[in-house]
Design a protein around this ligand. Structure first.
Ligand SMILES: *Cc1c(COP(=O)(O)O)cnc(C)c1O
Length: 405
């Protein structure tokens, strides 16, 4: 047992410190965590909670997966950072292994998810000018309503969430928003200047929204017909979360570029990437783009261990079978209007008259289960993929009590 705070510092003290000394851009549940393993986390008072959120899919392999921790420790003892001024012995291997796992040609490593999305936007524009022949400075990227792609100024420029946008303009031009799941609206929005379509195969933040079955294949067809890049943001949906390596795999569709993040860092550190076609990513020349920490040795060593776990297929399989079980149990609950999602990922729509998502999340925490609302009346359930059937039952039983006491 490690002591993580001096004896006089209570959970309330920690929360007060947070409120006094940090910006208030989040509204966390009043739980102060100190330790974790697998699907379980422990707070500063020694109370254990079942993790039903998994860091929004950053913890797909659970907390402190032994293989990932071992890879990190080993790399910490060797080399942590070089900058990209020099080569290092994890970089090329990580890129090759990730490309081979995902069946793509090339990898651009970065850190946060938003950074990967920004990079994909830049590359798509460059491709539009250099390959498609779009007049300089006029390229357009089509995105979907209720999207979530991160928090930078360019990315919030095409958000439809007023809270995320208000007071942060002026905004970056060059984006068009069409309704999610509506292929005809997308087709109508394409012009000669369209560089790319950027969408989430399943919209996470919007409430775990699964589009109609023919939507993603139709997006692919529209992109092919009009020479437009299909960029799939798989930062939350990818890396086994939905029961396949990538969420797009369920539709038998390939994107031209994918953004990955969250679970790529194994729940240890931020690791993201843009992966995809050589004739697109290969356009970047020295000096045109970069990132001091992108593809650093520690990130690559952890990323390689993540790729190795995914290559076994075990996590995809767990997500498929346990996800079917999770969905079937959630669907039976009174107080649930709808359950959306795929694999171990569910948007639980609380029936009218029930608690708000926030109240439900707080009540769940009191019962030892951590998850979080998205939008006002949706609980986002995304447990680590190491969770067991019995643990799923514990979590679902707690949700049942909270939604229908
Ligand atoms: C989380 C997320 C991002 C942003 O990732 P950050 O690491 O928070 O910058 C982008 N796209 C999707 C789909 C996400 O879920």
């Amino acid at each position: 047992m490690t002591l993580t705070a001096d004896a006089t510092t209570t959970a309330r003290d920690h929360i007060a410190l947070d409120e006094r000394w940090s910006t208030h851009n989040y509204h966390p549940l009043p739980v102060v965590l100190a330790e974790a393993e697998g699907a379980w986390v422990t707070d500063v008072d020694g109370r254990r909670y079942l993790d039903f959120l998994a860091g929004y899919s950053a913890l797909n392999f659970g907390h402190r997966h032994p293989d990932l921790i071992a890879a990190a420790h080993e790399q910490l003892g060797r080399l942590t950072l070089t900058s990209r001024a020099f080569h290092h012995d994890q970089f090329g291997l990580f890129c090759r292994e990730l490309a081979e796992l995902t069946g793509t040609d090339m990898v651009l490593p970065a850190n946060s998810g938003a950074e990967a999305v920004e990079s994909a936007v830049k590359i798509a524009r460059k491709w539009a000018y250099q390959v498609k022949g779009v007049p300089a400075g006029t390229a357009e990227i089509i995105v979907a309503g209720s999207n979530f792609h991160g928090r930078t100024t360019t990315i919030i420029s095409f958000s439809t969430d007023t809270v995320a946008r208000n007071d942060f303009g002026p905004f970056t031009p060059g984006f068009k928003v069409v309704p999610y799941g509506d292929a005809e609206a997308l087709r109508a929005a394409v012009t000669d200047r369209t560089a790319a379509v950027l969408i989430e195969p399943i919209q996470g933040e919007a409430g775990v929204i699964v589009p109609p079955a023919d939507y993603l294949p139709e997006v692919r067809r529209i992109c092919d017909e009009h020479s437009v890049l299909f960029i799939a943001d798989e930062i939350q949906s990818g890396l086994a979360r939905t029961g396949d390596l990538l969420a797009l795999d369920h539709s038998g569709v390939r994107a031209d570029l994918y953004t990955l993040g969250k679970a790529l860092g194994g729940g240890i550190m931020p690791v993201s990437a843009v992966i995809g076609r050589r004739d697109v990513l290969g356009l970047l020349q020295p000096g045109e783009h970069g990132s001091t920490f992108g593809g650093n040795p520690l990130a690559c060593a952890i990323g390689r261990a993540v790729v190795k776990l995914l290559a076994t297929g075990e996590f995809q399989e767990r997500s498929r079978t346990l996800g079917a079980y999770l969905h079937s149990r959630l669907r039976e609950l009174p107080g649930v209007a709808e359950v959306r999602g795929r694999g171990l990922w569910a948007g639980v729509q609380i029936a009218p008259g029930g608690p708000t998502g926030r109240v439900a999340s707080e009540a769940l925490a009191e019962r030892g289960v951590l998850c979080k609302e998205t939008q006002d009346t949706t609980l986002r359930v995304a447990p680590p993929l190491v969770i067991t059937r019995e643990e799923i039952d514990m979590g679902v039983d707690a949700i049942a009590t909270v939604l229908h006491p």
